[in-house]
Design a protein around this ligand. Sequence first.
Ligand code: NDP
Length: 247
Amino acid sequence: MGKICAVFGGSRGIGKAVAELLARKGCHLAIIARNLEVAQNTARSLGVITSSTSVLSAGHLALSCDVSREQEVQHAFEEIQRNLGPINYLVNAAGINRDGLLLRTKTEDIVSQIHTNLLGTMLTCKAAVKSMIHHQGGAIVNIGSVVGLKGNSGQSIYSASKAGIVGFSRSLAKEVARKQIRVNVVAPGFIHTEMTAHLEEDELKKAIPLGRFGDPHEVAQAVLFLLESPYVTGSTLIVDGGLQLLI
Ligand code: NDP
């Protein structure tokens, strides 16, 4: 039977690539993002709609949820379990950036990055673990960033939120290992998505040993590896074309 997998931020970019790869592996996907229409389009691309509801015939589901709102996260998990069953895999790819030097960063932009990237990861993990504990374990992959490991000027808040994900995931991995729940992090470098579309690629790629930005599907391969590796927990897998070697 296919695994039940919730991909927060699965409507676009890295999360969408993860969803596509997991669907090809026979998983039943819940695609979750704030914009339901985009999430539905992604879910539709993974399976054929047979009804006017959000449940698709191939066993995929599209849901609207803001990860920073606890009630919405709880409701999303209730819907996933009601429609698909107990969750085996959780992937947290919901994230935002509001780049800028600290002195020019508005408090609302600090709060929104911490709430979406860090609090959102905590809330979804809490809800997933609650379910996994009662259903023979599971696996979680949280998407961090190489910036969270190395730091970057103009990204202090984003970097803090991503560094927090590493500390959180390592601690949670220790808490839940005996319940056969594994928690790992994938830390990408520059990846071609909407988040990086505005960047000066020609200039930035000079600092990348492999000489190019990554593709979301290359990050998805790392996520799948961690989801399927039964003896790996508490790890951070860097997927950055070697960027961390030089910064
Ligand atoms: P995109 O902007 O392409 O996609 C972000 C996804 O997150 C969308 O599905 C978006 O949907 C969802 N999302 C954003 N905010 C929320 C929220 N509050 N609640 C629920 N869903 C939300 O970004 P990427 O694919 O590039 O990024 C994915 C993850 O990878 C992020 O955590 C990012 O920080 C990280 N990352 C990306 C890198 C890159 O180079 N692209 C590098 C390193 C890390 P919607 O807007 O509808 O909610």
